[in-house]
Design a protein around this ligand. Structure first.
Ligand code: KDG
Length: 320
């Protein structure tokens, strides 16, 4: 029995050890990441049983990715090893051309995960979960990934499995028009939607958090979280709203913060916590993740979250 199932690509990440254009970078740190994997690892560390649907390559990188998912306690029974394709990889160029920002450069076209198809989506696997989570990255990978995403959403919505969608629009993968055409009908099936203002601008021409939430709640979605980066996050239901500032921490690498927020926020809702608590926990998970390189390495457990939050309240925390 699984609590959550998600589906997406796990890539090998080469994170530059130094700032500046990649042509001058000599050393890279090897990590693995992908929005859905970051979320699933976050949920697993927070005590939820998470299952992952993907394809990985039959080579060293595929083995690395599969071992990672397994070592984080994910159910990998639906991870297919695809001998026909390479694993997606990507590079992170740091603090150039915009200081304080990183760029993501993909080498993933035709990757093993882009070959995920409807055959990889086992209805019984999704039906046993309480929640199916998708981000806007998976349907952007290929036509077969879009079909598989639609199938998974259809199964979840017909079987009473809750659906969460993080819009995560990556313009390196598809156009604004295609993202809009694909994601808006998907959002109508969701119970929980997570979104950033720049994605809302693309989808609805709106950037103001309450206006974004009104638009999405009017589609029948129950809970909307608007991720506001350095400003924190806001959340809305039809009867409630809350906003919480981000925690101030030393920033090393912001990539993965949104996925950590998603794990903290969604796991809290699944535990029956209030919107305010869910925002606090989402922000805390996001804050921890940005203090190291790599997307998920600092994803906290419940115990680590308690320590982090107690320290923020200036309580004495004993670290053992
Ligand atoms: O949310 C973080 C992801 O964007 C990063 O891990 C890479 O999955 C990735 C993608 O497709 O951009």
């Amino acid at each position: 029995m699984l609590d959550v199932v998600t589906m997406g690509e796990v890539m090998v990440q080469f994170n530059a050890c130094t700032n500046g254009p990649l042509r001058h970078v000599v050393y890279f740190e090897k990590h693995a990441a992908g929005a859905e994997a970051n979320f699933a690892i976050g949920m697993s560390r927070l005590g939820f049983k998470a299952g992952f649907i993907t394809r990985v390559s039959n080579d060293e990188f595929g083995k690395y990715v599969l071992n990672l998912l397994r070592s984080e306690g994910l159910d990998v029974s639906r991870v297919k090893v695809d001998p026909e394709a390479r694993n997606g990889i990507y590079f992170i160029q740091r603090n150039y051309p915009i200081p304080g920002r990183s760029s993501v450069i993909y080498y993933r076209r035709g990757s093993a995960a882009s070959r995920i198809s409807v055959d990889d989506v086992d209805p019984d696997y999704i039906r046993q979960a309480k929640l199916f989570h998708l981000t806007g990255i998976t349907p952007a990978l290929s036509g077969s990934c879009r079909e598989a995403s639609l199938k998974a959403l259809e199964i979840a919505s017909q079987s009473g499995v809750k659906i969460s969608i993080d819009t995560n629009i990556r313009l390196g993968l598809w156009s604004k028009e295609k993202a809009k055409r694909t994601l808006i009908p998907m959002l109508r099936k969701a119970n929980i939607v997570l979104i950033e203002p720049q994605d809302a601008e693309i989808l609805f021409g709106k950037r103001e958090p309450r206006k974004i939430a009104e638009e999405i709640l009017s589609m029948g979605v129950e809970t909307v979280a608007v991720k506001l980066g350095a400003e924190g996050a806001a959340a809305y239901t039809r009867s409630e709203e809350a906003k919480k500032p981000a925690y101030k921490v030393p920033i090393v690498d912001v990539i993965g913060a949104g996925d950590a927020f998603a794990a903290g926020f969604i796991s809290s809702l699944m535990r029956g916590r209030s919107l305010e608590e869910a925002l606090e926990i989402g922000n805390a998970a996001g804050a921890l993740v940005v203090t190291v390189k790599g997307d998920f390495e600092n994803m906290p457990s419940e115990e680590d979250l308690e320590k982090f939050l107690a320290a923020q309240r200036k309580e004495t925390v004993i670290l053992r």
